[in-house]
Design a protein around this ligand. Structure first.
Ligand code: NAD
Length: 313
């Protein structure tokens, strides 16, 4: 399959590498000049479960995307949410009537952006439990396993996603069609909407935060706001199951000693966060439905204050 990875950071590189290794025709489009130069010069360098891998994958600057001659069957967007609209605008000339666009970004409501560029039948929306870490320009660290859940937003339904699911599975990306994707997206957003913002503001890993006496009531209040907003939209969310998943992040034996990615982005790299598309979306949707969301609002404001204090870009 001819595949464009639009946004070739940590996750874009993972998907690109695995799809390239499965012999698809993959190209990368990105906007970070140092990263583009490094990949052009040395290939994409990956630490893949402890093994060094180098892959020669063509990469283009999104500013010049209009001049790229590539009739993509599939575009996988992997920008940060704030960069999604700009990326789609840049690659608009490469999106044809048959091109599917797959979006697995964290957060809620990305379909509103993608719909401006792509008909619903060609939009595949989902989430992923794969992870990835950018070590520097051109270098990624890819450990562990994951999966992909996706749905087709158009009337074509499952049939309209079958070819993409097959290609992802041929690349060992473990994809499944979901008939209830919004519940999965909200569930993952609850984990990001608690651990990300809280550990970033508190300068803590997840286990140490979980050990504080106020962790549970804070987490329960935030998840309660997500739950009410989901309910108002008819999205079935199992609040107890979500809370159990969130609290599982405290476990020191599994992932508790990690800092969430928002911490890495903001505190370590001084980059802007996706908070507006996680807790911020709950605040906006809460207003539409007359639901008070004070915890999500306060956390969104705190993260924005931290972004400004650190002059994040
Ligand atoms: P990323 O920050 O690694 O890459 C996103 C974009 O930012 C890329 O275009 C990249 O080139 C650019 N970028 C990265 N560092 C930069 C720098 N220092 N200067 C300038 N540009 C830079 O993002 P990601 O982790 O791949 O995440 C993409 C999406 O996937 C997000 O919505 C994220 O929430 C979601 N996600 C991430 C993971 C993960 O483990 N990383 C897991 C699941 C979902």
């Amino acid at each position: 399959m001819k595949i464009i990875i639009a946004g070739a950071g940590a996750m874009g590189s993972r998907f690109a590498l695995m799809l390239h290794q499965a012999r698809n025709d993959v190209i990368l489009i990105d906007g970070w000049p140092d990263h583009i130069e490094a990949i052009k010069k040395n290939g994409l360098q990956a630490n893949l479960n402890g093994e060094h891998v180098q892959a020669e994958i063509p990469i283009y600057n999104q500013k010049a995307a209009g001049t790229v001659d590539f009739a993509a069957d599939l575009v996988i967007v992997f920008t940060k949410v704030m960069q999604l609209d700009g990326m789609l605008q840049s690659i608009k000339p490469l999106i044809h009537a048959h091109t599917k666009v797959l979006c697995l970004l964290n957060g809620i409501g990305h379909e509103d952006i993608i719909e401006k560029y792509v008909p619903l039948d060609n939009i595949l929306l989902g989430n992923t439990m794969w992870t990835a870490e950018l070590e520097g320009p051109g270098k990624v660290k890819l450990f562990g396993a994951g999966g992909v859940e996706l749905t087709n937003l158009g009337t074509a339904g499952e049939a309209g996603a079958a070819a993409v699911i097959q290609v992802l599975n041929d690349a060992q990306l473990n994809a499944n069609y979901s008939h209830n994707i919004m519940a999965s997206i909200y569930k993952k957003a609850c984990i990001n909407g608690t651990m990300n913002g809280l550990c970033t503001i508190l300068d803590s890993n997840m286990a140490d935060f979980g050990d504080t006496t106020v962790a549970d009531p804070i987490v329960e209040s935030i998840v309660g706001e997500f739950y009410q907003v989901a309910q108002a939209q008819g999205i079935p969310l199992d609040q107890e199951d979500v809370l159990a998943q969130v609290k599982a992040c405290y476990n020191r034996e599994t992932i508790g000693l990690h800092h969430p990615s928002m911490y890495q982005d903001l505190i370590i790299s001084h980059r802007l966060t996706e908070i507006d598309y996680i807790n911020g979306t709950i605040v906006r949707k809460g207003k539409e439905h007359g639901i008070a969301t004070p915890y999500c609002l306060f956390l969104t404001q705190l993260v924005h204050a931290k972004e400004q204090l650190l002059k994040a870009k």
